[in-house]
Ligand binder design. Sequence first.
Ligand SMILES: *Cc1c(COP(=O)(O)O)cnc(C)c1O
Length: 448
Amino acid sequence: MRGLPAVHRLLEEPAVAEYGVAFGRETVKRAIEQVLDRARASGSERSYESVVADVVAQLNDARLRELVPAINATGIVVHTNLGRSPLAVEALTAIDRIARGYSNLEFDLSAGERGSRYSRVTEALRDATGAQDAIVVNNCAAAVLLILDTYARGRETIVARNQLVEIGGGFRIPDVIARSGSILIEVGSTNRVYTADYERALSPRTALLLRTHPSNYRIEGFTSDVAPEELVRLGRSAGVPVVEDLGSGALVDLAEYGLPHERTVQEAIADGMDLVTFSGDKLLGGPQAGIIAGKAHFVAPLRSNPLLRALRVDKTTIAALAATLHLYLERTSRDRIPIFRMLAATLDDLRARGAAYVDAIAAASLVESMAYVGGGSLPQAQIASLAVALEVSEADGVAAALRRENPAVVARIEKGRVMLDLRTIAPEEDAYVIATVLRVTNSSVPRR
Ligand SMILES: *Cc1c(COP(=O)(O)O)cnc(C)c1O
């Protein structure tokens, strides 16, 4: 068909050529040819600008299917769908230093012989948790699986009925136990569990007593539970290891941040748990990882389980985890970890930042908001926050347009308004978010 632009001309178009940097020229060329084929097939007259717009839209859609950065304006601090914890600059620097070249990942520099990758982070984990020994695997699900496989295959694992949690993303305690080849023995009722329930279930077939964190739900009302130290006492007298899956794994008392107290890893260790498992990228604020901390003679068999090879972490995880743990030593350095900086921000901090939004965007006002910790911890704990509310005629359309930007801006919709919660937006992202909102609201939707 005459009138359609040539491929090479479209390739030179700045808005199109930009994608060549990320995708390579061949991919961009293929997208152009596909758009031209469709235009030819439809047979209708096309302006040059509309063909360019189609090519850009197709390339942008392709970009959005890949892993791209996003700005979290949802107010959920540890947002699993948005990559959980952002890393501290110190962790990024450590990754850069280690991944850019070679390292002593599995090389003992003092002896000049083969070493263990796991030992690279043992000391930092011991210091942070108070445990005798620790090991790190791919994620907390892997940590639980490794323990079950090592200790409970073909034998029984006792879990209270009020702890049979589904975390989401396919992780359900009963299914993981079944998958590991262990036999789940449920004790108690949904709302009440007693020591006697455990005592009745103990038998020579018992391999483990497992306590799990009810991450994302609470049972309220007529309830009773067995205290962790009581479970430890039971396990000790029966000669059965007691394991606690903490999930989020707080290493500091969240009450310091005005939140309800969340059981810490150190408390679980101090209560005498033989092994404790928790994630690296939830309340720890580090990279995706699963940490197992506990008594040395219970960690040792995990090290020699061949399954560990399939669950092992790479050098970037070890580098980032160690760097993050080093920041915990003092409150001032800990608050350089992004999730703690977000939790620590005062309403005055947020109000000052919000003023810049209201000044720049006519449709914006500053409203009270509630942020959440997320990451399957403290499901009911709200954190007072402030949000920029955009009063626009098509909130869904504006939110969708913000998600198509690069970096994407992921907002929340409330009462027909687009809400940008300031607690989870980094201060250094403010200028970009303001500019993006202005561009998107001016071009796609009329102001109120
Ligand atoms: C989140 C969670 C897990 C899974 O952790 P991942 O690191 O995502 O694998 C396991 N157990 C509990 C209690 C959790 O909250």
